[in-house]
Write a protein that binds this ligand. Structure first.
Ligand code: 5GP
Ligand code: MN
Length: 327
């Protein structure tokens, strides 16, 4: 995939909007804010705005998050819309009309399921994060500390703090370069990744307590229902990290986490360790993501959803066993 030359796409533009996916996570916020801060500093005469559905409190330590726009003005038209960390344009959510109306569009992403839906696409499925991709588009000397903080945060989140298999030598080199900008990396990791509110810990505890091992203990599944969300006064953003914790369970290959969005409607998060391609499963049911981390929204009872997903996992287990037998 050809790299985008920022100076070229910015040429002649008077207004630029950036947007990320619904329920933005660390990499989505990091890549949007990193690029936003850089563009504002390097192209001061261009009107630059960033659109995100919401910014959870933990991410407020990133500079500029107070400027994030959470609503769209009708008939607002930008010369350029840059879509970040978004596997398909529907996932832009409320900012999708800005994408549709913009004179020109750019997509910077690392989802394997991305079908290159913009005028200019920079999609690298092997990249750890959209934040790492943004870094490669910038002039390193011109990256401010604030922009470095945002990008470092995004990389740290999508790599599970440099642990997941998507972490490459280039990822570590990028992190080192960002560190040299004088960022406080310990604080960024602690405050945005590890620190949990009391509510977040309570709902995590509930999810772990009620989790079940299935498929010969190779999968773990847990469901959080709306009534639990109400009981603990939890917001959807409070559920981030639960599926990763489930995945840590010894002996487990796949973690399945269901969050009840409404009657017979679930947001499903999938994580795997080594064998199962969860992006294939998420895509099969209309979602997307990465090989080891993917998601989808599904309808039916929780039993229907779990049965449908485990049937696909079983197929992959079978295929892997057949391959092993051949070798
Ligand atoms: P999570 O489980 O944390 O919500 O998402 C894991 C990964 O899958 C993220 O990279 C996220 O962008 C992607 N993902 C989650 N839900 C969906 C979905 O409904 N559609 C698509 N295309 N991607 C999703
Ligand atoms: Mn990402």
């Amino acid at each position: 995939m050809n790299k985008i030359v920022l100076n070229e796409v910015m040429k002649g533009k008077r207004s630029v909007a950036l947007g990320g996916h619904v329920r933005p996570d660390g990499d989505c916020i990091g890549s949007c804010m990193g690029l936003y801060l850089y563009l504002k500093e390097q192209f001061p005469s261009v009107q630059t705005d960033v659109y995100l559905e919401s910014v959870p409190d933990a991410y407020r330590i990133i500079q500029g998050t107070e400027e994030v726009k959470t609503t769209v003005k009708e008939d607002e038209v930008y010369d350029l819309f840059i879509c970040l960390d978004c596997g398909d344009k529907e996932r832009l959510g409320f900012s999708q009309p800005l994408f549709e109306n913009a004179a020109e569009t750019v997509c910077i992403d690392h989802h394997i399921s991305n079908e290159a839906f913009a005028d200019h696409n920079y999609i690298v499925p092997d990249a750890s994060s959209s934040s790492e991709l943004v870094f490669t588009l910038l002039d390193e000397d011109k990256i401010s500390r604030a922009a470095a903080e945002a990008l470092y945060m995004g990389i740290a989140h999508d790599t599970g703090v440099f642990q997941y298999s998507c972490t490459s030598p280039e990822t570590m080199e990028t992190a080192a370069k960002l560190m040299r900008k004088g960022i406080d990396q310990s604080e960024i990791i602690d405050k945005t990744y590890y620190e949990k509110t009391y509510i977040q810990n309570q709902i995590l505890g509930r999810a772990l307590l009620e989790s079940m091992l299935i498929m010969d203990k190779r999968c773990i599944v847990s469901v959080i229902r709306q009534r639990s969300m109400k009981f603990f006064q939890a917001e959807p953003a409070d559920l981030e990290g639960i599926v990763s914790q489930l995945r840590q369970t010894k002996g487990v290959e796949v973690a399945i986490f269901l969050h009840e969005l409404g009657p017979q409607k679930f947001k499903v998060s999938l994580r795997s360790k080594k064998i199962v391609d969860v992006s294939e499963i998420a895509r099969y049911f209309g979602g997307g993501g990465h090989v080891r981390a993917a998601g989808v929204t599904m309808e039916g009872t929780s039993y229907d959803v779990i049965n449908n997903i485990t049937a696909r996992i079983a197929l992959q287990f079978k295929k892997a066993e057949e391959q092993d037998a051949e070798e």
